[in-house]
Design a binder for this molecule. Structure first.
Ligand SMILES: [Zn+2]
Length: 456
C-alpha cells in the first residue's frame, strides 16, 4: 500500500499532515507490537501516540513529534533546549528510544532529525483543562496558585537549568533561583495554555493533589544576546503607574544586574494567568492589561490577583523576580486557608477544640488521593478511584448526606483531568493533616449518585 494520494478537498497543510503521519506509521510497520496513532496536528508537525499493543502501561507509551515536511534541522533547537532542561521537573521529558525494548529495532530504521520522542502526558494540557472546566463559574484559587507556582518553577528552570542530583526519595528537586549564579538568557516566548502538560502528583505539598505541570513548546524559544529592551513609557504611565507597580520589587541580582530573559518569562507566565482570570485565552497583551485595570475579578483572591498584575507590568524591573514569585506562591500553598477566601468563617472550629485535632488526625483526603491517585502511574487518573467516605465521616466533616467530600479543590482538577462529568460543584471547608482549615469542593452528581466514587 502506497502513501495516501493528495486530497484536493483538503488544504496543503492537512495533506502534509496525512503524509507525515503515514511516513511515521511506516517507520513502525516492521514491529507488529507497536501501534502508532495520530493524536494532533499543527502548523509544523504532527503528534503521534506510539505504544506497545501488549501492555497498557504508561511507561510503554511515547509521543512522537514528526515534522510535516522532512527537514533534518527543524527540531534541532527545540530538542537541544529540552535536553538542557531534562532535570527540571517542570519541563517535559524527552524519551530516548535507544535501549528501550519497545523501540529498539526501530531506532536504526530511518527518520533522521525530523522527529523526536517525548514522554506521554495522558492528562493533557492546561488549555484542554481550561476548556473542560469552562462550565464552572470560576476555578478555585488554590488550584490557580498551584498552577502559577508550577509556571514560576519552570521559569526558574529556564534561568538556572538544574543538575541531575536527586533528593533522598529519588525525586528531582524542584527548581529554584540562585542568587549567586548568572541566570541563562533563555526566553520561551510562548507560555500559552497548550504548552503546559499535566504530569504526576508526588509527595511534596504543592503536588500532593494537583499534578505537576510541565512545559513544552520550545520551538520559538531564544537565547537573548542583549539585555536592552525598549519600554514604551506611555504604556508604563498607563499601566504600571496606575497600578502602583513602580519600584515595588527587588532589583533582581544582588549587584544590580538585570536579566531581561527571566523578566520576559515572568511576563509570559503573568499573561497566561491573566488570560485564565479573564477567561479569554486569545487576548492580546494590551487588552489583558486594560482589563486588569478595573478590578472586575472580585471572586478571585486579591493577593493572587495582585501578583498576576505585577507579573504583567510593562517595565521589566516592575515585575517580580523569580525568587519573589516562588516564595510568595509557596507561602500561599501553606497559608491561604478557607478564611482567606471568605468561606465559612462561622463554621470554623477554634484550633483549641479537641474535635479539630481528631478530625485532623483522620484527615483522609490527601492520604486517599495519594493512595489512589498519586501512586498510580500506570494509567491516567480515574476519579472513580477516589475514596468514598462513610456517612459518619461525611457528617463529621459537616458535609450533607449524599455529597461526597472530595477534599481539596484540586479534586476538581483530578476529576476534570479524568474527564469525569461533575454536574454540580459545591464549595466546602476541610481540615488538612496539620489541622488547618482549607478550602475544598464537593462534587455531587444528579439524583444523589456520587460522581467521584471508588470502584468496588
Ligand atoms: Zn509544580
Amino acid at each position: 500500500m502506497g502513501p495516501p494520494p493528495f486530497n484536493f478537498s483538503k488544504s496543503v497543510q492537512e495533506n502534509q499532515a496525512i503524509q507525515a503521519a503515514y511516513r511515521a506509521k511506516q517507520f513502525f510497520e516492521s514491529d507488529a507490537t507497536v501501534q502508532c496513532n495520530l493524536i494532533a496536528s499543527g502548523a509544523r508537525a504532527v503528534i503521534l501516540l506510539v505504544r506497545d499493543k501488549q501492555t497498557k502501561l504508561l511507561n510503554r507509551k511515547y509521543v512522537m513529534k514528526k515534522a510535516l515536511v522532512d527537514d533534518p534541522g527543524l527540531f534541532e533547537w527545540e530538542v537541544e533546549a529540552l535536553q538542557e532542561l531534562q532535570n527540571a521537573p517542570h519541563v517535559a521529558k524527552l524519551a530516548s528510544i535507544n535501549g528501550k525494548p519497545l523501540l529498539n529495532p526501530l531506532a536504526e530504521a530511518g527518520l533522521q532529525g525530523d522527529h523526536y520522542f517525548m514522554q506521554y502526558y495522558p492528562r493533557g494540557s492546561l488549555a484542554q483543562f481550561l476548556d473542560r472546566t469552562q462550565h464552572l463559574e470560576r476555578l478555585p484559587n488554590r488550584l490557580l496558585i498551584a498552577i502559577f507556582l508550577c509556571a514560576a518553577k519552570a521559569c526558574a528552570a529556564m534561568a538556572y537549568p538544574p543538575g541531575p542530583e536527586r533528593d533522598r526519595f529519588g525525586y528531582l528537586p524542584f527548581e529554584k533561583a540562585y542568587n549567586d549564579r548568572d541566570p541563562s538568557n533563555l526566553v520561551h516566548w510562548a507560555l500559552r495554555g497548550d504548552h503546559w502538560l499535566f504530569g504526576e502528583t508526588d509527595y511534596r505539598p504543592e503536588h500532593a493533589l494537583t499534578p505537576i505541570m510541565s512545559l513544552i513548546g520550545f520551538g520559538s524559544s531564544q537565547v537573548l544576546e542583549s539585555q536592552n529592551d525598549e519600554v514604551d513609557q506611555n504604556a508604563v504611565r498607563e499601566y504600571d503607574v496606575k497600578q502602583g507597580l513602580v519600584r515595588c520589587h527587588g532589583r533582581g541580582l544582588p549587584n544590580g544586574r538585570r536579566n531581561t530573559a527571566t523578566r520576559s518569562n515572568v511576563l509570559g507566565v503573568g499573561m497566561m494567568m491573566a488570560t485564565i482570570l479573564n477567561e479569554d485565552y486569545e487576548q492580546p497583551p494590551e487588552l489583558t492589561r486594560e482589563s486588569l485595570l478595573y478590578d472586575v475579578h472580585k471572586h478571585y483572591d486579591k493577593d493572587l490577583y495582585r501578583l498576576v498584575k505585577e507579573c504583567i507590568a510593562v517595565s521589566p524591573p516592575n515585575r517580580p523576580t523569580i525568587q519573589e514569585l516562588i516564595d510568595k506562591l509557596y507561602d500561599w500553598i501553606w497559608s491561604k486557608v478557607a478564611e482567606a477566601f471568605g468561606l465559612y468563617p462561622h463554621r470554623d472550629l477554634p484550633s483549641s477544640t479537641p474535635g479539630r485535632a481528631l478530625v485532623a488526625q483522620r484527615m483522609p483526603t490527601t492520604i486517599c488521593l495519594r493512595r489512589y491517585v498519586g501512586g498510580v502511574a500506570s494509567h491516567p487518573i480515574r476519579a472513580e478511584r477516589l475514596e468514598l467516605m462513610s456517612p459518619a465521616r461525611r457528617a463529621e466533616r459537616g458535609a450533607s448526606d449524599g455529597v461526597l467530600s472530595s477534599g481539596s479543590c484540586s479534586a476538581i482538577a483530578l476529576a476534570t483531568l479524568a474527564r469525569t462529568p461533575i454536574p454540580r460543584i459545591t464549595k466546602m471547608e476541610y481540615l488538612d493533616r496539620r489541622g488547618i482549615s482549607r478550602y475544598g469542593i464537593t462534587a455531587q452528581a444528579k439524583s444523589d449518585a456520587i460522581a467521584i466514587r471508588e470502584k468496588a
